[in-house]
Ligand binder design. Structure first.
Ligand code: ADP
Ligand code: MG
Length: 270
C-alpha cells in the first residue's frame, strides 16, 4: 500500500504562482477525479507532481510513502512509480512505440542502471530489457488491452488520432506498472469507442496496489470509471471534495456555479 501526499503546494512558472496551496492525499486502490474549469491549474499540478523542470515549487511538499520527491528528477520519479499521461502527448518521429516502451520499461525496472547490462559488455542494447522478454510481454499486453499489434512499429504519436494516443498511454501504463497514475484530460476529444478503450484500460489497471488521479474538465469519463473521490479544482487549489455526487452536481450546475461560489486567492507581493 502506497500513499502520495500533496501538502500546501504552491508552485508556478518563474514569478507567476499557478498552484496556490494544494492539499491532496491519494492512496493505492483509490481513483480520485479532479475536475475544474480551463485555466484553473490542473495540468500544472500534473506537471509539478511529475517533476517537469519548467515549474518551480515555492512552498509545501509532495511525499511518496512519507519521503519528499521534490529533489528528484522527472525520470527518478517515474522510477519511483509516478506516471503522468500528458494532456497533449508529443509526437516523436523516428522512435517507434516499441523502442520507446522498451527504453522506458528498462529505466523503470533498473536495467539501464547496470553499466553493461545483464549481458555481454559492448553489445548495443545490452543495458535494456532483453528483446525477447520485452516482445513477449508487449504482445501479451497489447492483446489484453485491445491495442492493434501494428502500433508497436509506428512512430510514437506521429499522426496518431486522439484515440490512438490514449490507447498508447494505456499500453504504456500497463507496461510500466506505476504506483500512481495521473491522467490529464484522458477523455477530451475521444469518440465513444476510444473512450471505452481508455476507461476499460483504467478499470483493468485500477488494482489494489495502484492509485489514479483522473484530471478532467468533463464529467463524461466518469460514466465509465467510478471515482472514490471527486475534487473541484479552481483558482489553483481544491475548493471542494466529495464522492461521485460532486461530479453529478457539477454536471447540473456547470462551472459558472464554481466561479460564483468560490473566490480566487490573489497573491500579494510583500
Ligand atoms: N509554462 C507556463 N508558463 C506560463 N503560464 C503557464 C504555464 N503553464 C500554465 N500556465 C498558466 O497557468 C494557468 C493554469 O494552466 P493549466 O495548468 O494548463 O490549467 P488547466 O489544465 O486547468 O486548464 C493558465 O492561466 C496558464 O496560462
Ligand atoms: Mg489542462
Amino acid at each position: 500500500m502506497s500513499i502520495l501526499e500533496i501538502r500546501n503546494l504552491h508552485a508556478g512558472v518563474e514569478d507567476t504562482e499557478i498552484l496556490k496551496g494544494v492539499d491532496l492525499t491519494l492512496r493505492s486502490g483509490e481513483i480520485h477525479a479532479l475536475m475544474g474549469p480551463n485555466g484553473s491549474g490542473k495540468s500544472t499540478l500534473g506537471y509539478v507532481i511529475a517533476g517537469h523542470p519548467h515549474y518551480d515549487v515555492y512552498e509545501g511538499d509532495i511525499l511518496l510513502d512519507g519521503e519528499s520527491i521534490l529533489d528528484m528528477e522527472a525520470d527518478e520519479r517515474t522510477k519511483a512509480g509516478i506516471f503522468l499521461a500528458f494532456q497533449y502527448p508529443v509526437a516523436v518521429p523516428g522512435v517507434s512505440v516499441a523502442n520507446f516502451l522498451r527504453t522506458a520499461v528498462s529505466n523503470v525496472r533498473g536495467y539501464t542502471d547496470q553499466e553493461n547490462g545483464s549481458q555481454r559488455s559492448g553489445v548495443i542494447g545490452s543495458n535494456l530489457m532483453p528483446m525477447r522478454d520485452f516482445r513477449r510481454e508487449l504482445n501479451a499486453k497489447m492483446k489484453e488491452f485491445n491495442v492493434d499489434p501494428s502500433f508497436a512499429r509506428r512512430y510514437l504519436n506521429d499522426g496518431f488520432s486522439g484515440g490512438e494516443k490514449k490507447r498508447t498511454e494505456v499500453l504504456q501504463m500497463a507496461m510500466l506498472e506505476p504506483k500512481f497514475a495521473i491522467l490529464d484530460e484522458s477523455d477530451s476529444g475521444l469518440d465513444i469507442d476510444a473512450l471505452r478503450v481508455v476507461s476499460d484500460g483504467i478499470n483493468k489497471l485500477a488494482t489494489e496496489d495502484r492509485g489514479f488521479l483522473l484530471v478532467t474538465h468533463y464529467q463524461r469519463i466518469l460514466n465509465y470509471v467510478t471515482p472514490d473521490y471527486v475534487s473541484i479544482f479552481y483558482g489553483g487549489r481544491i475548493v471542494q471534495t466529495g464522492g461521485p455526487e460532486v461530479a453529478a452536481m457539477l454536471e447540473e450546475k456547470g462551472y459558472g456555479w464554481v466561479e460564483s461560489e468560490f473566490e480566487v486567492v490573489e497573491v500579494v507581493e510583500a
